[in-house]
Structure formats: C-alpha cells, structure tokens
Design a protein around this ligand. Structure first.
Ligand SMILES: Cc1cc2nc3c(=O)[nH]c(=O)nc-3n(C[C@H](O)[C@H](O)[C@H](O)COP(=O)(O)OP(=O)(O)OC[C@H]3O[C@@H](n4cnc5c(N)ncnc54)[C@H](O)[C@@H]3O)c2cc1C
Length: 374
C-alpha cells in the first residue's frame, strides 16, 4: 500500500511539493484553507526568472523549475511565453554594470546578448529611446499567467498524478501522523506544511525564533489600446540591478547602488524597482515595491504606484496603456539571506516556505530536491 502524504497549502510551493511527493510514489492530498488559491502565487508577475539567480545551485534550480513549468504547460495547454528579458541602461553607471554582467554571465554559459540602443529597440518597440544607452538581453526568462496557472497545475496534479484536493479547509493542528481540520483528524505518514505568508499559525513557538518576515508588494495591470500590442520581451529598468542576487557579481554595482541611495532615496525606502511583463491575453503587469514587516497596512499607497509609473516612463513608452487593476501581495521572506526555509519540526512533519520573491522561479526544483533528501 502507498504511503500517505498531506500537503498543507495549494500555492506554488504546496503544488510543487505535491507533484514531487506523488512522483516518489506517495498517495498525496493537498488541503487548502480557501476555496481556491488566492495568495502570493496568483498575485505575482508570473515571471519564471533564471537571470535573477546566482550561478550554481540556485540558477540550476531555476532552470530545472522552468523545464517542469514547460512540461506541465505542454500537458495542460497552459499558455506561456519565452519572451526573455531586457535590463535597459539610461546612465553610464548602469551601462557599465550591464557590460560587466554580460561578461560574467557569458562566462557562466548563460544565453545573454549585450545590445546597443538599436538592438534593444529591435527586441521591444515599447522601450523609450530617449537617453537609452543599451541593454542586457537574456533569453531564459519565461512568463505564465499566475491567475490561470495555479488552478491549472492543481487540475494537472489531480488528473495526471492522482493528487486529491480538499479546498476550503484550514488545518489548525498538526501532530506526527495527523492533521486537524477543525472537525476531524486526517492521518498521514508524511506531512508538508507549505503555508506561505501564514507561517506562524502552525508551530507558533518555532517561528518565534526564526529569521523570517513578510514583504508587501504593490502591483498594477494595464491594457494597451493598440490592437495586438506586443511588448516583445519583459522589460526592467536600472533599479532592478540592485534587487536580484545574481547582479551582485558586477564589480561596479556598489557604486551604482550608492548613486541610487543618494538620488533615489525615496525609491529605495519603499524597495521600488520596476519591471513589466505581458501575459497571453496581452495584459501588462507592472510592479513593484517591497515593504518589510510582520504586519502590513492592508491599504495601498497611491504615492508608491505613482513612483512606479514615473520610473516606468523612463524606460517604456506607455502613453497608450490604460490602468485596469491594482492590488498588493504578501510573501514570506527570510531575513538571514537564505533562499528558503526547510524544517523538520517533529517526526514525519516538514515545513517548506520562505522563498521570498522567487517562488514561481524556484519551487518546482526546490521541492524535488527537498523530497530527495527524505
Ligand atoms: C506581487 C508579487 C509578485 C511576485 N512576482 C514573482 C515573480 O514574478 N516570479 C517569482 O518567481 N516569484 C514572484 N513572487 C513570489 C512568489 O509569488 C512567492 O514566492 C510564492 O507565490 C509563494 O508561494 P507559497 O505557496 O509559499 O505561498 P501562497 O501562494 O501564499 O500559498 C500558501 C497557501 O497556504 C494556504 N494555507 C496557509 N495556512 C493554511 C492552513 N493552516 N491550512 C490550509 N491552508 C493554509 C494559504 O491559504 C495559501 O493558499 C511574487 C510575489 C508577489 C506577492
């Protein structure tokens, strides 16, 4: 008889874990407190983003995750676009960093191109040409629509891997071989807690001693009035260079960061860096800010959205874009620099969480690695 596993949480981490457990031969049930996933996993850009991960373990994990995304998408008909990404430079110091990164990434075997102004505009007609110096193109980035994708993955797991789902059921207690739904205990040989930003409800005393916090991000969605509008590739401005770990390898990054600290202090205060992706419906997702703390103001700051838009105009032509939505999302973030949290608080119980802003990029690969360790 198959061993039974229960996974708590149907965000991307829980789904990736359910997939990996099922492929290992376990009989898996996912239990989710809401009627469908409504957390960080459906509120994000949908960027599967290897360029942001440093060479080695994390970049390999991102590439493995991307391959799994494509496998699942090809089985389910989920749309995805391998648009790649451009980081555009408008200042000498940004251009210097991009040139350095190009050499480093090329040496690491990444598929990158250093583009002059004309080359950038050829990749995306939406790039603002004024003061544009050039850009770093990477072919590896991929976009999915998270609002569709997360539901699709659950359907895929149910249909192809026989994973069971119990929706609208909060787990309020976990013991070594069972979880409590509020009205019944469900038995399991293995329990995985993938509860995202709600990390402390189960095992509160454990989490009291863990270096983890929450990050709130503000996001916007636009639609272009131009029929068949095509962004070409995902676009990022210079501020993104100080956001992702992989860019730390550039020797001139510290100087660039220093200039931003002086000239763009308000942007850094709210952790703003600006990126735009386009989904298969043509919609443009723009963000984001990063505010850290255990408890967040539930309301959005208009000033943050205005700052994001102001910065976006520096590198994208957006006069035909119309704002259709704004929202925020919250993810758990390790404050000790770790890429995730994998804990084993008691017999048969594991916690997988804390992937920060890279859950869509890393979860599938990470879940496989963690389950292989058991
Ligand atoms: C605005 C935004 C933009 C982002 N952009 C990107 C991006 O482009 N690329 C990228 O790689 N990453 C991105 N991220 C990060 C990524 O979205 C997260 O890392 C990832 O979604 C976290 O997944 P999760 O499964 O841990 O959390 P969640 O998606 O929040 O899922 C956790 C689930 O657990 C359930 N749950 C909690 N407690 C219980 C309980 N006791 N019983 C039952 N169910 C429970 C919750 O209801 C929830 O559905 C972004 C995040 C945000 C917020």
């Amino acid at each position: 008889m198959k061993q039974k596993a229960v996974v708590i949480g149907a965000g991307i981490v829980g789904l990736a874990t359910a997939r990996a457990l099922s492929l290992k031969g376990l009989d898996v049930t996912v239990i989710e407190k809401t009627d469908k996933a409504v957390g960080a996993s459906i509120r994000n850009f949908g960027m599967v983003w290897p360029i942001g991960q440093p060479a080695g373990e994390l970049h390999n994990r991102a590439e493995r995750s991307k391959a799994i995304w494509k496998d699942i998408a090809d089985s389910t008909g989920l749309a995805y676009s391998e648009t790649g990404s451009i980081h555009a430079a408008y200042y000498d110091d940004e251009w210097t960093v991009l040139q350095e990164l190009y050499e480093i990434f090329k040496a690491e075997g990444r598929e990158v191109e250093l583009l002059d102004k004309k080359g950038v505009i050829e990749k995306s007609g939406s790039v603002n040409p004024d003061n544009l110096m050039g850009g770093l193109y990477s072919a590896s980035e991929m976009i999915v629509d998270p609002r569709i994708a997360i539901g699709n993955i659950a359907e895929y797991l149910a249909e192809f891997l026989d994973v069971k789902f119990i929706w609208g059921t909060a787990i309020s207690a976990v013991e070594n071989n069972k979880v409590y739904t509020g009205s019944a205990w469900i038995g399991a040989d293995l329990i995985f807690i993938c509860s995202g930003a709600d990390f402390e409800t189960l095992y509160p005393s454990l989490f009291a001693g863990i270096e983890i916090t929450r990050c709130k991000l503000q996001m916007m969605r636009f639609k272009s009035s131009v029929q068949g509008y095509d962004l070409g590739t995902s676009l990022c401005g210079g501020l993104s260079l100080i956001h992702y770990h992989s860019f730390k390898a550039a020797p001139s990054l510290a100087a660039l960061k220093q200039r931003y600290e002086t000239e763009m202090a308000e942007y850094l205060r709210y952790g703003i860096h600006v990126m735009v992706s386009q989904n298969n419906l043509g919609e443009l997702t723009v963000g984001d800010s990063h505010e850290y703390g255990l408890t967040h103001d539930p309301f959005d700051r208009t000033a943050i959205n205005e700052m994001i838009l102001q910065y976006l105009r520096q590198f994208a032509l957006i006069s035909d874009w119309k704002l259709t939505q704004s929202w925020n999302g919250v993810y758990p973030k390790m404050v000790n620099g770790a890429s995730h949290l994998f804990l084993h608080p008691s017999d048969n119980v594991y916690i997988l969480n804390g992937l920060g802003g890279a859950g869509m990029t890393l979860s599938f690969g990470l879940a496989e690695e963690c389950i292989n360790l058991l």
